[in-house]
Design a binder for this molecule. Structure first.
Ligand SMILES: Cc1ncc(C[n+]2csc(CCOP(=O)(O)OP(=O)(O)O)c2C)c(N)n1
Ligand SMILES: [Mg+2]
Length: 1005
């Protein structure tokens, strides 16, 4: 050190005043002076055209000199020093890499290397030139395809990534190429503002693609196969590099939204300590996105937005965007009591609401949030089903005036299968809603599960790629970028009628709910989150810096929000609010039992039959179906027999004639799984379709039948939604076989069985579930009658097993004409429908059965028995009735009465009692069923019937299969044997068997 004592090394930069090279003189005490010169082209090239310089690879240079005192520094040391500077500036020792890493730049620094692409005029390698041009176009394409991988999306700042396909060096492009011009292709079309810009320097090209695709918005769209859609997106995103200016008013509004959202959460946090609310904190920009979507929708004449969303941020949305009165929200916290006047009610973060939002420009929009169960994503298809008829009612053929908006969590979106099922509905003729806008609140965590354990895909949104929806990943800490993503998403949806996804990266400030401590599982992450300022704070600072707002403005917004919250809180304290039921009120329980007159006069039936059997003159009916059509005509003319499919068609036809639309959807429902329905005919020559039920009369209501996609959950969910959205349409979902309905058990449990009790949301959906033991094996036999009966309570369902076509006819019509005001039942109706009975010669009805009477909950004995001689009453339901009837006839056994329970629930105790009383009080009473003892209606029936016969000291007997794990045997032969034994057992003398007659020699335990 002594060598350097008293010396100084100075730096000077005369380059700033244009000096190219200087030789400073040392002053007393100076050991050395390092001088840097101007950065410029060498003098001899300064006059050359920029193109020429770029062509031959002339770059700017800078001269650094070192004047030194030999007594302090040796000449060699000075030289080594300068060499080191040169080496660093050329990128050695990872000089630039370290700087890029520190600045979190996601790119590779450009390396210094010899110019491989200097193409001198008149000479040069044409092949190499073409290759280089191709490389640039490839690079542009790579940024469009994968640029999102480098985008700055994570507010918590994960490590910048690198992708070789986005590195110019990998394409052989060097530092010397940056200022050379290349053909821009479609990039030039997008950025040219109407007149294509055919050439640009590589530097400019990189700037555009990087800013567009690697900024705060990362877009995945290049998998879209329609060139027009890709071009549209490029022309929206590339000219302003996804960063178009927003009006000052819009920017302030976005800030207001954030401040309000934050105040709301803070208020709830302070007032309702430890209550679950599923705070939005960390994801407040979602409010900016939703607000922007609603405004844009309103100003584009959208009438309604129907929102399906999970727990996260729901209260904030309801309060701040839907306008649900705060009093209602707060009182739910206060009481934790069921809020609906009837029914069970539900927790606050499952309830829905509907409101009208109006904006400064005079535009308005209805915003509804659908109620939903805790079951994540289950509401998705329901919302789609609600939206579709709303669009139709508005005459909105382009499906632009009612828009579904689904808000998802990242873990649920990736994990729940119903998401894919719902996406798959999106472009189907019978189910499309013109595109759904999806917002993922991507807080990068499930309950405690991190993304790497929650999915096998890079993004949580990858499932949406299957429908080629554009996906906008956006940084939730840049609410303005979020607003831009919302604009793009909305416009794209309206333009192309397709789904679109906004994937907002954010974080979750607290635990999964407010009573949960996230540091058990993510200690490091949550330390980081605790130190991270809120988006409202960050954005306030940004706008303050830019002078767009003053601190006083910010304070005023916060104060206003807090004031509103405080005042509503006071009001909530005063009285308990009740959650309003917005849907039509359901039919009261006692009205389900009385049979409305659902008969249809002969003249109308004749019109229907004519319609069903009439085809356009040039239509070629399939040769094998001519008989089908003819038989219908003949049967009607002769007064019968009317089979199931005909009775169903008559029910549908009469309803549409009377002005009630009918919608049937299910797998292969148009033809019918059992080739029974033929609701649509296909021309034998050219395959075009004809649906007779659409041509019964010119002024008839709509008849729609759709072969659904091969899924249950989303399709039942959709049809349930449809039944909510359009209570005046008879909406039916049909299972291929009844057992498959259990793939949608969640929808059945949570919506169909419970929605009225929980949310006051009644539905008149009909489920058609093929059921019957016919030897087809453990599956295809049972529609799980027991499940529906277990769900039945408080008159929430109608569970029916009709045994004749006429009963089915009246039951379908009752659904739309039941109730005191004949407005329909508005209770879900589960019908176990037949398979073999479709063609059973006994399971037929007469025209007069349709032209008179109505649905009967109980079918009493129809045979000519002498009541006083009856010694046994067999109660039964469904197909086995016909087996019992045939056996009784064969025996004959005139002392056995057969009574069919056609409506299992609500159970008509009075009617059953009445029927039982027609026979001697000593007659034995048995329940006969095909299903194993632990299935079918046995346990339910026992509970209903035993009390009715207990007074006469009788015990209800059981005849049927023993309890079983599988629904049925896999052997057809064994099935037949069981079926024979079962029927025999029903007639076997009492002394031989106990009152529990389990066939196959096994006794019930
Ligand atoms: C079908 C279903 N399974 C499990 C749960 C329990 N659950 C509630 S929220 C949650 C985590 C959800 O994570 P994410 O979808 O990312 O939403 P976030 O809470 O992070 O907003 C889980 C597992 C549920 N509600 N529904
Ligand atoms: Mg999450």
């Amino acid at each position: 050190m002594a060598d350097f004592e008293g010396t100084t090394i100075s730096l000077t930069n005369p380059g700033t005043v244009g000096t190219v090279a200087s030789m400073p003189r040392l002053m007393q005490g100076q050991g050395a002076i390092i001088a840097t010169g101007a950065i410029d082209y060498p003098a001899e090239y300064r006059g050359a055209a920029p193109d020429t310089r770029a062509l031959i690879g002339i770059s700017k240079v800078m001269t650094i000199t070192c004047t030194y005192d030999h007594r302090v520094i040796q000449g060699a040391e000075s030289g080594l020093f300068l060499a080191k500077v040169q080496a660093l500036l050329e990128g050695q020792d990872d000089f630039y890499d370290a700087i890029f890493a520190d600045l979190r730049l996601p790119y590779q620094p450009v390396r210094w290397e010899p110019d491989r692409g200097a193409f001198l005029p008149g000479g040069g390698d044409r092949g190499a030139q073409v290759a280089q041009q191709a490389a640039v176009l490839q690079l542009i394409n790579a940024y469009r395809v994968r640029g999102h991988l480098l985008a700055d999306l994570d507010p918590l700042g994960s490590e910048p990534s690198y992708h070789p396909e986005l590195d110019p060096a990998k394409y052989g492009l060097t530092i010397w190429d940056l200022d050379r011009e290349f053909i821009t292709g479609s990039l030039g079309e997008a950025i040219g503002g109407g007149s294509p810009q055919p050439f640009a320097t590589l530097r400019r090209i990189l700037e555009i693609v990087r800013q567009t695709y690697c900024g705060k918005i990362g877009c995945e769209y290049m998998n879209i196969q329609v060139p027009e859609q890709k071009r549209w997106l490029q022309q929206r995103m590339e000219p302003a590099a996804n960063n178009w200016p927003l009006d000052a008013a819009v920017r302030r509004r976005i800030l207001d939204r954030l401040l309000q959202a934050e105040e709301f959460e803070h208020f709830l946090h302070a007032r309702f300590v430890g209550h679950k609310r599923f705070s939005l904190e960390g994801a407040e920009s979602a409010m900016a996105i939703l607000d922007e979507l609603m405004r844009r929708a309103a100003s584009n004449a959208v009438h309604e937005m129907v929102i399906g969303m999970a727990h996260r941020g729901r209260l904030n949305v309801l309060a701040n965007l839907v306008g649900k009165p705060l009093r209602q929200i707060f009182s739910a916290f206060e009481t934790e009591e069921p809020l609906s006047a009837q029914g069970s009610g539900d927790v606050k973060y499952h309830l829905g609401a509907s409101g009208v939002r109006s904006f400064e420009d005079g535009s308005e929009i209805v915003v509804s949030v659908s109620p939903n169960p805790s079951h994540l994503e289950a509401v998705d298809p329901v919302v789609e089903g609600i939206v579709r008829p709303k669009q139709d009612r508005l005459g909105d053929a382009k499906r632009q005036r009612v828009i579904p908006l689904l808000v998802h969590g990242d873990a649920a979106f990736a994990g729940q299968g119903v998401v894919a099922e719902t996406l798959n509905l999106s472009q189907l003729d019978g189910y499309s809603t013109g595109g759904t806008i999806h917002l993922i609140i991507n807080n990068q965590i499930g309950f405690t599960t991190p993304p790497e354990e929650a999915r096998s895909t890079p993004y949580s949104t990858d499932v949406a790629r299957m429908v080629q929806a554009p996906i906008f990943h956006v940084n939730g800490d840049d609410p303005e970028a979020c607003g831009r993503a919302a604009q793009l998403a909305f416009d794209y949806r309206q333009q192309f009628s397709k789904d679109v996804v906004i994937d907002m990266f954010c974080y979750r400030r607290h635990g999964h709910n407010e009573a949960d401590d996230p540091s058990y599982t993510q200690p490091i992450l949550y330390k980081k989150i605790r130190a991270h300022p809120s988006v409202a704070v960050l954005h306030s600072e940004r706008l303050l810096r830019e002078g767009l707002v003053a601190q006083a403005d910010i304070d005023a917004v916060r104060k206003r929000a807090a004031g509103w919250l405080g005042q509503s809180f006071e009001e909530a304290q005063k009285g308990e609010e009740r959650f309003e039921v917005q849907e039509l009120t359901p039919v009261a329980a006692e009205e389900i039992a009385p049979a409305p007159n659902t008969a249809v006069d002969r003249a109308t039936l004749e019109r229907v039959v004519n319609g069903l059997t009439r085809f356009p003159a040039d239509f070629h009916v399939h040769p094998k179906l001519r008989g089908f059509v003819e038989r219908r005509r003949e049967a009607f003319a002769k007064g019968g027999p009317i089979d199931w499919a005909t009775a169903e068609a008559m029910a549908f036809g009469s309803l549409v004639l009377e002005g009630t639309p009918v919608r049937l959807s299910g797998q292969d429902s148009a033809r019918g799984t059992f080739t029974q329905r033929h609701a649509i005919f296909y021309d034998y020559e050219d395959g075009h379709e004809f649906c007779p039920l659409r041509h019964v009369a010119p002024d008839q209501a709509r008849f729609d039948v759709y072969d659904s996609q091969l899924s249950e959950e989303a399709v039942i969910g959709f049809e349930y939604g449809y039944s909510i959205g359009d209570p005046l349409t008879l909406t039916l979902w049909e299972a291929q076989f009844g057992d498959f309905a259990n793939n949608a058990q969640g929808v059945i449990d949570e919506f169909i069985a419970g929605s009225e009790a929980k949310w006051g949301q009644p539905s008149g959906l009909v489920l058609l579930l093929p059921h019957g033991y016919e030897g087809q094996g453990p599956d295809h036999s049972s529609a799980r009658i027991e499940r529906f009966l277990q769900l039945a309570a408080e008159d929430n369902l109608q569970v029916c097993n009709p045994s004749t076509p006429a009963q089915y006819f009246h039951l379908l019509r009752r659904q739309m004409f039941g109730g005191r005001d004949r407005r329909g039942m508005r209770k879900p109706l589960v019908i176990f429908t037949p398979k073999s009975l479709l063609r059973h010669t006994r399971a037929v009805s007469r025209v007069e059965d349709l032209a008179g009477g109505g649905f009967r909950e109980v079918l009493a004995e129809t045979g000519p028995l002498e009541a006083e001689h009856v010694r046994r009453i067999l109660l039964t339901s469904g197909k086995v009735y016909y087996d019992l009837a045939a056996t009784r006839e064969a025996k004959p056994a005139s002392d056995v009465a057969l009574v069919r329970i056609e409506q299992l629930y609500p159970f008509d105790h009075a009617e059953v009692q009445d029927v039982l009383l027609r026979y001697p009080l000593t007659a034995e009473v048995f329940w006969v069923q095909e299903e194993p003892q632990n299935m079918g209606a046995w346990r339910f029936i026992h509970e209903q019937v035993q009390p009715l016969i207990a007074q006469t000291r009788r015990v209800l007997g059981y005849v049927g299969r023993p309890a079983s794990a599988a629904t049925a045997t896999g052997s057809h032969r064994r099935h037949e044997q069981e079926q024979r034994e079962l029927v025999e057992a029903a007639f076997a003398p009492t002394e031989a068997r106990s009152n529990i007659r389990v066939i196959g020699g096994r006794r019930a335990r």
